[in-house]
Design a protein around this ligand. Structure first.
Ligand code: ATP
Ligand code: MG
Length: 202
């Protein structure tokens, strides 16, 4: 049987339950064999704060996904020099998985809207389909107005129980010395503490 793979890209600074719930819901509803988490190397879109070194973000993705046999962490964007574009990433996964594979790019509602600003949205849509996952505070209904018809034809909207967690909020909490418990897997919370991520140097 042909394989079905979901690709979940993100900064993952740090990974949290919102990412994991979105990926697991997509896996179950679309009968995916695997969901591959792809932390960005040097993110072209995020300049409003200092992004944590990629090796830390990758390590936290490994910790968070270890207990799910269907989840994997990819170093693809880490090992590529310069900023990575989704179209290049999806081209590589399409090459690895083969033409028969059902390939999906999974994003939250906010990131799906950003597709418009990505390089070559049509190029991405030719390589894979999209799963746009509900995220509290972002209206999935806006998608059809914002995206062109050929792109919209490749988008599957996935309504999930909203998990109102963001990496921004986790960074704020860590900086303030507040608990991350139950917002991210325990191993990630411990990693953040051990490495003093998101805190001012002593
Ligand atoms: P930041 O606050 O730094 O932007 P974030 O929480 O938005 O972080 P990202 O790494 O930017 O996390 O997001 C990666 C992907 O996960 C995006 O497609 C985003 O829409 C999706 N995502 C993040 N949080 C949620 C959530 N709570 N529910 C559903 N999707 C989410
Ligand atoms: Mg974000």
């Amino acid at each position: 049987m042909a394989c079905a793979v979901g690709i979940m890209g993100g900064t993952f600074d740090p990974i949290h339950l919102g990412h994991l719930v979105a990926a697991e819901e997509a896996r179950l509803r679309f009968h995916l064999d695997r969901v591959i988490f792809v932390p960005s190397g040097a993110p072209p879109h995020k300049k409003d704060y200092e992004v944590t070194p990629a090796e830390h973000r990758y390590a936290m993705v490994v910790l968070a996904t270890a207990s799910n046999p269907h989840f994997e962490a990819s170093r693809l964007e880490l090992e590529r020099p310069g900023p990575s574009y989704t179209v290049d990433t999806m081209r590589e996964f399409r090459r690895q998985c083969g033409d028969e594979c059902r390939l999906y790019f999974i994003t939250g509602a906010d990131a799906m809207l950003e597709t418009l600003t990505w390089r070559q949205p049509e190029g991405i849509a030719a390589l894979c389909e999209f799963i746009a996952v509900a995220r509290p505070g972002y209206d999935l209904g806006r998608l059809s107005g914002a995206l062109s018809a050929p792109i919209m034809a490749r988008v599957h909207v996935l309504d999930i129980p909203g998990v109102e967690v963001s990496s921004t909020e986790l960074r704020r909490r860590a900086a303030a010395g507040e608990s991350l418990r139950y917002l991210t897997p325990l191993a990630v919370a411990q990693y953040v503490r051990t490495h003093r991520l998101y805190r001012e140097p002593e």
